[in-house]
Design a protein around this ligand. Structure first.
Ligand code: DAK
Length: 259
């Protein structure tokens, strides 16, 4: 299936998703959000894909939700648009495969928010982050008020959201919004190397780690620990657990089967 605003490629065990509306700095309109939704479904169904990278075409990662589409929305239209974006971003967050955002440029508003729905963010030194919504007369609508404080702490998130200021990649790294900053030319290689390292581990274990972490950060430590015990137990029903431990004891390379 061909998409208008999204490029979907497979490279070995990786899926590469490029948001591709460079003339509008990859701003997210409804059409693009629906295409991302559809691509994530394809990725979810494909057992050969073990890790995902999301990036942007041209000089931006994503410069936000599409302001030209949003400007004339009424309250109901705004609500529907917010529900669509939140649905797609939650789908990324809940995808049973690790997702890396390779942030190549502006990640503003919905762009910062889609990167935060990913598991890990690697940024080009040219990337810029921010939640400019308050300056446009709106609140962040695709999870910014929820995920930013979870990532960088409440005080820092409030400062960024209330001031609408845009920060550079190095500052995003300093406050814990991104995992690593690299030179622009190295961005995709770094993201792929990281994705391939993860894809070399037992896929079911990685999936369960993602679930345990995502559920654990939303709950108290006792509930989280109980959930961790559950998924730990589940691992022992997999062939890959036997393979991983046997390979260690036999001092040989492991060969996981995603089973
Ligand atoms: N939407 C639509 N078009 C955009 C855009 C955006 N977010 N960002 C850039 N563009 C378009 C520009 O209009 C321009 O189009 P043309 O004039 O060429 O036709 C083209 O991309 C190139 O942009 P510039 O000429 O402005 O490029 P510069 O390099 O000079 O500036 C910039 C780059 C990223 C600093 C600037 O474009 C900029 O400030 N863009 C807007 C950034 C922004 O404010 N983003 C946040 C959007 S608000 C909700 C749902 C969702 C949301 C909120 C609520 N609910 C329903 C509750 C989310 C909101 C947002 O994301």
């Amino acid at each position: 299936m061909d998409f208008k605003n999204v490029i979907f490629e497979k490279e070995g065990k990786l899926a590469l998703i490029t948001i591709n509306r460079p003339k509008a700095l990859n701003a997210l309109n409804s059409e693009t959000l629906c295409e991302i939704d559809c691509v994530i479904d394809k990725v979810a169904e494909d057992d050969s894909i073990l890790a995902v990278i999301i990036t942007g075409a041209g000089k931006a990662f994503v410069a936000g939700a599409d302001i030209s589409e949003m400007r004339d929305l009424n309250a109901n239209g705004g609500r529907k648009f917010g529900i669509l974006g939140n649905k797609v971003f939650r789908k990324i967050e809940k995808l049973e495969k690790p997702v890396i955002a390779a942030v190549n440029g502006f990640a503003l508003g919905g762009g910062c928010e889609i990167s935060m729905a990913c598991d890990i963010r690697i940024a080009s030194s040219k990337a810029k982050f921010g939640q400019p919504e308050a300056g446009l007369g709106i609140t962040p609508g695709f999870g910014g008020t929820q995920r930013l404080p979870r990532l960088v702490g409440t005080g820092m998130a409030k400062e960024l959201i209330y001031t609408a200021k845009i920060i550079k990649a190095e500052e995003a790294f300093r406050i814990g919004l991104v995992n690593k900053v690299v030179e622009p030319e190295a961005l995709m290689d770094e993201a792929k190397a990281l994705a391939n390292t993860i894809a070399g581990n037992a896929p079911i274990a990685v999936k369960l780690c993602k679930e345990a972490i995502n559920r654990g950060v939303q709950t108290d430590i006792d509930t989280g620990a109980a959930y961790e015990s559950e998924v730990f137990g589940e691992c022992f029903a997999t062939e890959d657990q036997k393979e991983g431990m046997t390979a260690f004891l036999e001092k040989r390379d492991k060969s996981f089967k995603n089973k």
